[in-house]
Design a protein around this ligand. Sequence first.
Ligand SMILES: Cc1cc2nc3c(=O)[nH]c(=O)nc-3n(C[C@H](O)[C@H](O)[C@H](O)COP(=O)(O)O)c2cc1C
Length: 338
Amino acid sequence: MDLSTTYLGLKLEHPVVHSSSPLSQSLDNIRKLEDGGASAIVMYSLFEEQITHESNQLDHYLSYGAESFAEATSYYPEMQSYHVGPDEYLNRIRRAKEAVKIPIIGSLNGVSTGGWIEYAKKIEDAGADALELNVYFLPTDPNMSGPEVEQMYVDIVTDVKKSVKLPLAVKISPFFSAIGHMVQRLAGAGADALVMFNRFYQPDFDLEELEVVPNLVLSTPYELRLPLRWVAILYGRVEADFAITRGVHSAEDVLKGVMAGANVTMMTSALLQKGIDRIGVVVRDMEMWMEQHEYESVAQMRGSMSQKNVAEPAAFERANYMRVLNSWRPDPTGKLHF
Ligand SMILES: Cc1cc2nc3c(=O)[nH]c(=O)nc-3n(C[C@H](O)[C@H](O)[C@H](O)COP(=O)(O)O)c2cc1C
């Protein structure tokens, strides 16, 4: 059984990768991720704000709210110190590279072009095998148009690509009016892979205190459907690798992702909920499923359920929307379900 895959020019043992999360913050967990079976590790992000305002204490949890998330913090108390300065970040990449054999992918998180991008090169010099650029941008200014937002993404990717030789993955949100076109432009600007999709953490309201509060909710497998659909649609149409991040919790999710056309699938929420060893379980289950269904390799499965390879390509399109709405029937017992 050949579970191997390629991603960003790297040969990986199988398609289950640890996505950027606080688990990569300690060397101990990095070793556990390798022992637990991850085929590569994306490091937690170094933020533009940390680089440009190093002296300011950036509250990383404004974005990710990990402190308010008891389930994860009880598993991983070291999450409290998620945020470190840029030099320490580079040190941790160096130490991670020394500690494990699997590829280490550095992660930069920012929204503008400028001096901070030199850290891409520093991450390369620290020994990372590849770089993931997470553009987590919320276009809140009503005067900013869609084309301006898109150009901003293209400019950052162009600049980062110019400054490194490393293979570059770009992690994006699904909120573009023409996601296919955007992905194509990013690939043209130098993205060797697209990581789909960023989860934007939505703040909640505290009605008693009348405050807006950060609120991190981990993903459920249902969330896989969005990246699954888009990777299936774009597979074979855009010259780039695809990584699915969002809602990958089980072997079935990994198999679906690969069949859609992903080179790798990534896990965070499931590992925060169930522990690092979850990766090993998923890989074993995946192997068992492939044996039972007489597949020989991951390569053989890749893209087999993509839009260009399925018998009914319209299943991914508007026609399917009408069919789904029409499929609803009232339950004779009075319960509501499809
Ligand atoms: C506590 C926490 C911290 C995260 N930190 C980062 C980060 O620093 N950089 C990043 O690109 N993504 C970060 N993510 C997003 C994950 O990498 C991943 O894309 C997201 O959780 C969706 O995958 P999942 O459904 O497997 O959780 C974080 C997620 C969580 C839950």
